[in-house]
Design a protein around this ligand. Structure first.
Ligand SMILES: Nc1nc2c(ncn2[C@@H]2O[C@H](COP(=O)(O)OP(=O)(O)OP(=O)(O)O)[C@@H](O)[C@H]2O)c(=O)[nH]1
Ligand SMILES: [Mg+2]
Length: 452
């Protein structure tokens, strides 16, 4: 295998700053350090140095830090140079480093090398990016937990338990004469129960983390004039959307993020659904339908001032028009006109909320309902910075374990049981990156900032 390139990137933010940080990683680092500093710094000690050009004249001066492999972020030799933060001066130092044999790093390439050298797993790498992008303190705390490997350790623990279960059953397959009756085997059932329990607790924490990271996408939809924009404004706490009594006021999909006790909710107000009167509105309705199809939850607004909330014939037909599989909450708005009290009924399908966007009555009920239906726990203790990719892998792994359990109780086909467990392990391995495609790696690291 050929040795990797030595890569360089500006690690501090672009533009003017007090300090400009440049990072170099790769096999050429020792000779590059001598080239630019005149000597190799003592490992892991900050040293004041001049940064020299090809003629030996100072370009800038500052601190230099040398981390010999493998005790560095990337696992390779790393040199970090901290000079003055002017755009031009940082660029001059960078040019010198390129002359000395580095090439510019791609986004996330330092972290990718850390992954390839076994310093971090994929879930940790993703958490680093999530930490940098965190939009709230709760999300940042969840990212730190994942970055420090708590999420990966829990996944690994689950995998170990499944391995144990597999070994237990495979031993029985190898010795068929021993006639073990698995159905009455309490040790086996206890192991299986422990695996299910492990899935449950990790999935709760991961779902929580994904919610903190990505937020809940809530689309407000319904007939023109139902009060969608009014609801958007009262949830957002300011006049984001234009409200008029003219049906068809909203055309574009309007976005606003709000936080419900730390839960980020991405609200989308949409054009009223009807046969549009002109091409602009028709485009608005098309966009509204697109948003609805992608929503985590649709708030379908019905004007209770017209229907009183009782005319189910009307909105039942409208609901049937929505794409199947998107969770819906029916919101009866304008209860100030009907005199009905604010109310939440989540025993019905879909659940119903009676409120007034105008007076604000019932809004706390709607907020609580959104948190609850998303599975959000107000205390974010133990959440991981999970992504949908992780939730998806957890769900598939859990399904395989469920299949395995079903097989065991119905057919006693141990080979199938063991195979399902193997598939579960494989799905879990996708989270930490044991089984990853080039494409996935490109996608994950490509979204990093340069220099990370
Ligand atoms: N009395 C009362 N009027 C409301 C309430 N909510 C909205 N309205 C009124 O209903 C009319 C339509 O409100 P909008 O919020 O613009 O309705 P919309 O669903 O966004 O309408 P389009 O954008 O045209 O689809 C306005 O005159 C609002 O003032 C409410 O809770 N009570
Ligand atoms: Mg509107």
């Amino acid at each position: 295998m050929s040795s990797p390139d030595t890569i360089v990137a500006i690690a501090s933010a672009a533009g003017r700053g007090a300090v400009g940080v440049i990072r170099v990683s790769g096999p050429l680092v020792p000779q590059i350090a001598i080239g630019i500093l005149g000597r190799l710094p003592i490992p892991r000690q900050a040293r004041f140095s001049r940064f020299l050009d090809a003629q030996g004249a100072s370009v800038d001066e500052g601190l230099a830090l040398y981390f010999p492999a493998p005790a560095s972020y990337t696992g390779e030799h790393v040199l970090e140079i901290q000079g003055h933060g002017g755009a031009l001066i940082v660029d001059m130092v960078l040019k010198r480093l390129l002359e000395l044999g580095c090439r510019m790093a791609r986004p996330g390439e330092f972290s990718e090398r850390a992954f390839l050298n076994g310093k971090i797993d994929i879930a940790q790498a993703e958490a680093i990016a999530d930490l940098i992008d965190a939009g709230s303190t709760a999300a940042a705390r969840a990212a730190v937990r994942s970055m420090q490997g708590e999420f990966s350790a829990r996944v690994a623990d689950l995998k170990t338990r499944i391995t144990g279960l597999r070994a237990y059953v495979e031993a029985a397959i190898d010795f068929p004469d021993d006639e073990i009756d698995f159905l009455s085997d309490t040790a086996l059932r206890e192991r299986l129960a422990a695996v299910f329990l492990g899935f449950e607790s990790i999935a709760t924490a991961a779902r929580q983390g994904a919610l903190l990271r990505e937020g809940l996408n809530v689309v407000i939809a319904g007939k023109p004039n139902a009060g969608k924009s009014s609801l958007m404004n009262s949830l957002a706490g300011n006049e984001v959307a234009i409200v008029t009594d003219v049906p068809g006021t909203t055309r574009d999909a309007l976005r606003q993020q709000v936080h419900l006790d730390g839960l980020p909710v991405n609200l989308v107000d949409t054009a009223g659904l009807r046969s549009a009167v002109d091409v602009i509105e028709a485009e608005g309705v098309r966009r509204a339908r697109n948003e609805i199809a992608r929503a985590d939850r649709v708030l379908y607004i019905v004007d209770a001032g017209i229907t009183g909330g009782n005319d189910s014939a009307q909105w039942a037909a409208e609901l049937a028009q929505l794409p199947a599989g998107v969770p819906v909450t029916l919101v009866f708005n304008k209860i100030d006109l009907t005199g009905t009290p604010a109310r939440l009924d989540d025993t019905t399908d879909p659940p119903r909320v009676f409120l007034s966007a105008l007076t604000g009555a019932g809004l706390p009920l709607l907020r609580a309902h959104l948190q609850l239906s998303a599975g959000y726990l107000k205390s974010e203790s133990g959440a991981f910075a999970a992504r949908r990719r992780h939730l998806d892998a957890l769900r598939r792994a859990g399904q395989h374990v469920q299949n395995a359990a079903d097989t065991l109780s119905s057919t006693r086909a141990f080979e199938l049981f063991a195979e399902d467990l193997r598939l579960a392990q494989h799905a879990l391995g996708e989270i930490t990156g044991e089984f990853t495609s080039e494409d996935l790696l490109g996608e994950i690291f490509g979204s990093f900032c340069i220099g990370k």
